[in-house]
Design a protein around this ligand. Structure first.
Ligand code: ATP
Ligand code: MG
Length: 419
């Protein structure tokens, strides 16, 4: 029997007491069978949305998903989606069913689902409903479409990317017919909105199996990522190195969408920005990526690393270091050892510097504040910020120590220099 939280069992039994069928379904069944603990528990039921609402009158409910058959029930501060068994009718645009029909048969609901391991349902009374051998595929660590893969991809092309996403996150293989259909149907992905693609792509790139998927199925990605030739070469060369990067989306994106020049990753910033914007990545993410891309050609040294750290902050600095370390694998073997040694020393110096309680690489760590400068006679306005930055630069360069006296003396010199 599957371990289901008490709160979920309560929702199931409330529906069955009212004469409806109800099961937990999809990702939560898959993840529990794998021994994990699912983030969310989805329920499917024979009750129509209006009937579900009546059953849960005692609960707070949300109805934004009503037209797809989903009622969201709030229980003990958590959200549960309860969706009426559905069948999807004809598809005419490779993405959405023309119409959703509510049905009372769980088996038909399961057969519209994308892959076998996502097409299992369970409740404590009836046990596991597994019409499509999902359990067998879970044990064999295999992604396999429900039904004929080509047909399923023509109905909704996003499933192509979902197959690759689950193969990556679960680190599973792909059943042979499903794999061939992924390649054969890949061009259909051009019909899918950037938002839907983005969501799957993010999960795919940070998955354990990303190396294999990005190498074996590179042709799929060029369908929906606008890549220049340098970026395509970069993708092919970098994919095998993904496993050296942490599961951090920013570094993985930089790595995969960078361009390769002279065996180092020198991202084509214009191409990168275009690709990221077309894929609707968040503004902050794009900004961070372009910042790193701009710094890729700069050699990190003992004398410049504090300035760069000050400019981009510690998390970005460590990303930069990691990406640079991974790029070593692109270099000729004889150069790798010395370059690796240099980066390792730098990483040590950066860590020592950052952990020093007196470290100063940000304005707010300076021993003087804007207010101090005002009292010292610097006029209010932009000159305050400018002066603070000058002082920080002196500290970072080791020309001044970060103490009040030293900085006020430096301020005096700055004022005289400006006169
Ligand atoms: P995750 O843990 O990543 O959320 P999940 O299995 O819950 O995984 P969702 O994208 O939340 O994945 O979808 C929920 C369920 O809906 C899936 O398990 C699958 O049964 C079904 N499903 C989702 N998208 C599709 C699709 N495009 N085509 C067919 N079935 C789908
Ligand atoms: Mg889910």
């Amino acid at each position: 029997p599957l371990k289901i939280p008490a709160s979920v069992r309560e929702l199931l039994s409330l529906l069955t007491k009212n004469g409806f069928q109800a099961f937990v379904v999809g990702g939560c069944v898959r993840d529990s069978l794998l021994g994990g603990s699912p983030n969310d528990w989805d329920i499917c039921t024979s009750a129509l949305p209006s009937e579900t609402l009546q059953v849960f009158t005692g609960y707070k409910t949300l109805t934004h998903g009503l037209k797809h058959g989903t009622v969201t029930v709030v229980s003990a501060g958590r959200l549960y989606e309860i969706t009426t068994f559905r069948r999807e009718t004809t598809y005419s645009d490779f993405r959405r069913p023309d119409e959703v029909q509510f049905i009372t048969d769980i088996h038909q609901d399961l057969s519209r689902r994308d892959i076998t391991i996502n097409a299992m349902a369970y409740n404590p009374m009836e046990g596991l409903i597994d019409d499509h051998h999902g359990l067998q595929d879970l044990r064999a660590r295999r992604i396999c479409c429900v039904g004929n893969p080509q047909t399923r991809f023509q109905e909704d092309a996003l499933r192509i990317l979902r197959v690759l996403r689950f193969a990556s996150t679960l680190n599973f293989g792909i059943e042979q017919q499903t794999g061939s259909a992924v390649l054969a149907c890949r061009r259909l992905l051009s019909h899918i909105s950037a938002e839907r693609l983005n969501n799957e792509l993010q999960k795919l790139l940070t998955g354990d199996g990303a190396v294999k998927i990005c190498t074996e199925f590179s042709a799929v990605f060029s369908v929906f990522i606008p890549m220049t030739d340098a970026m395509k070469r970069g993708w092919a060369l970098c994919a095998p190195l993904l496993s050296h990067l942490p599961k951090d989306l920013t570094s993985r994106l930089l790595f995969m969408l960078g361009g390769i020049h002279d065996s180092t990753l020198i991202p084509d910033s214009i191409g990168l920005e275009k690709a990221l914007n077309e894929l609707r990545f968040e503004k902050r993410q794009v900004r961070e990526l372009l910042q790193l891309a701009a710094l890729m050609p700069t050699d990190l040294t003992a004398s410049n690393f504090k300035t760069i750290l000050a400019q981009i902050g510690a998390p970005q600095f460590y990303r930069l270091l990691t990406v640079k370390e991974s790029c070593l694998h692109l270099m000729p073997l004889e150069r790798q050892a010395t370059e690796r040694q240099a980066l390792l020393i730098l990483r040590g110096e950066a860590a020592a510097f950052l952990h020093n309680p007196n470290a100063c690489y940000q304005l707010r760590q300076l021993a003087v504040s804007g207010r101090d400068l005002l009292s010292a006679g610097v006029p209010a306005g932009p000159e305050i910020g400018w002066t603070l930055r000058q002082l920080l630069a002196l500290v970072i360069a080791g020309k001044r120590s970060n103490t009040r006296e030293d900085l006020l003396e430096a301020l005096h010199e700055l004022k005289q220099a400006r006169r």
